[in-house]
Design a protein around this ligand. Structure first.
Ligand SMILES: Nc1nc2c(ncn2[C@@H]2O[C@H](COP(=O)(O)OP(=O)(O)OP(=O)(O)O)[C@@H](O)[C@H]2O)c(=O)[nH]1
Ligand SMILES: [Mg+2]
Length: 434
């Protein structure tokens, strides 16, 4: 832990109506004395003249709020200055603050890191805040808000505590091995609890990856032969001219992603190269990438021109819907058909997409797994628990030790144990001022 006081602009791009500068650390007292004329009361908004510490020149006037450790976001003394959001205002105030001894500009995520290190928030709450700041759709906002206020922490910490208790029950057998009956009963209860928790964790994992999809976006790949009209459909869905459309087969090579908000869910639609055998190196690479996109997608929309008589191929993708394209004359096709030229059938296609999203993401209650990091730790935890309840293994000491590994897996999610190696990665995702 370092003693530096950190400062940053925590609000967005300048110029803006209001700019919020945040300061955290022990220098807050001298800053408030020398620049703000002192702040009598914590957590109360004061209208103040913000002055340069040595010249006492007025730099701006604004609302300032002081927080006293540990009752602040970081757990340290903090100041928040709400200034006029002019570039020169912010620069003058930041420069003045950095003149104090031991004060420097904050690194990305450093306020949150201090909040974590001072035990104000656990890692899931901090990652929830990062997601809330990054949220673009209603579903993302709701999920991130729940996580930032501790819903995931409660679930995971609850499990960790139960695991520690179960270990105590099972270890009872080791401690009292000479005595009869009672310890065996206790450890039997321990194993029953392990089995029950293992089922809970399995149910939690069996979630269609809904939490991750809400956070990262529902992925749709537009696929089909060259010239099927994929790029035209992408442009129609995006309502702007994103991808090049020509009547030449093999126009698209790179994957082109468009982010949409459908029904409050983040959706990423990817336009891909038309699939065919090609000797062209660039096109062949595009086709390889197209196939990868299809494999990763939550939904493949396979387009086939109305005058293409060949049957739909079986590409082995998990979830495919077939759509007839260029149906300009509104022929009565079975299933979905569209004409981008005449804007026919697009509403039905979007309704079908909404249905697919709902099937995957709705009707799931409780805490969802929002990150792969959590999922991996939970899977590992579950594997340890399988070992503990395996009747073929009789070594109780080994089982108790394995239970400790299981609770450590959960502890890595919340940051309760041994996460030094993770922190740099986690906090580097944050923006400066967070
Ligand atoms: N008549 C008609 N033409 C269309 C329609 N949609 C696309 N086209 C035309 O079909 C041609 C190919 O369209 P693209 O959108 O580039 O097809 P693509 O599937 O992206 O093709 P590649 O990128 O080469 O794989 C263009 O000339 C489009 O104008 C449609 O609904 N009706
Ligand atoms: Mg194309």
């Amino acid at each position: 832990m370092n003693d530096d006081t950190i400062v940053a602009l925590s609000s967005g791009n300048l110029p803006s109506g209001v700019a919020v500068i945040r300061i955290s650390g022990s220098a807050c007292d001298s800053i408030s004395k020398q620049m703000l004329g002192g702040l009598s009361e914590a957590r109360v908004a004061h209208l103040k003249s913000v002055k340069h510490p040595s010249t006492q020149e007025e730099l701006d006037r604004g609302i300032v709020i002081a927080f006293r450790a540990p009752a602040s976001f970081t757990g340290e003394h903090c100041l928040e200055l709400q200034l006029h959001g002019g570039r020169a205002v912010v620069e003058a105030v930041l420069n003045a603050i950095c003149e104090f001894n031991g004060v420097r500009l904050a690194e990305a995520g450093e306020f949150s890191r201090r909040a974590f290190e001072n035990g104000k928030l656990d890692l899931t709450e901090i990652e929830g805040i990062a997601d809330l700041v990054a949220s673009e759709t209603e579903a993302q906002r709701k999920q991130a808000l729940a996580q930032s206020r501790g819903d995931s922490r409660e679930t995971y910490e609850g499990w960790r505590k139960r695991l520690i208790h179960m270990r105590a029950l099972i270890e009872a057998e080791l401690d009292f091995s000479e005595e009869e009956d009672i310890p065996q009963e206790i450890s039997k209860e321990g194993f029953a609890q392990v089995k029950a928790l293992k089922e809970e964790i399995e149910n939690h994992l069996n979630d269609n990856r809904a939490g991750e999809i809400i956070r990262d976006g529902f992925k749709i790949a537009l696929m089909g032969k060259p010239n099927a009209g994929k790029s035209s459909l992408l442009n129609a869905l995006a309502k702007r001219d994103v991808a090049i459309v020509t009547n030449e087969a093999g126009t698209t090579r790179d994957v082109i992603d468009v982010h949409l908000d459908i029904d409050g869910y983040a959706v990423i639609v990817s336009d891909t190269a038309g699939l065919r055998i090609s000797d062209d190196i660039v096109e062949a690479e595009g086709i390889k990438r197209a196939q990868l996109k299809g494999q990763e997608a939550d939904l493949v929309i396979w387009l086939k021109e109305i005058n293409d008589d060949q049957p739909y191929p079986d590409n082995g993708f998990d979830n495919v819907i077939h759509v007839t394209s260029k149906d300009d004359a509104l022929s009565m096709q079975d299933g979905l058909s569209i004409s981008v030229a005449n804007e026919n059938g697009l509403d039905s296609l979007i309704s079908e997409i909404k249905k697919q999203i709902r099937n995957k993401l709705q009707n799931l209650d409780g805490v969802l797994i929002s990150r792969l990091r959590y999922r991996e730790s939970l899977v590992e935890c579950g594997n340890h628990l399988s070992f503990v309840i395996d009747n073929q293994v009789s070594d109780i000491e080994l089982k108790a030790e394995t239970l400790r590994h299981a609770s450590d897996c959960i502890g890595r999610i919340t940051g309760k144990i041994d996460v030094e190696d993770l922190l740099d990665v986690i906090f580097s995702e944050f923006c400066v001022g967070k």
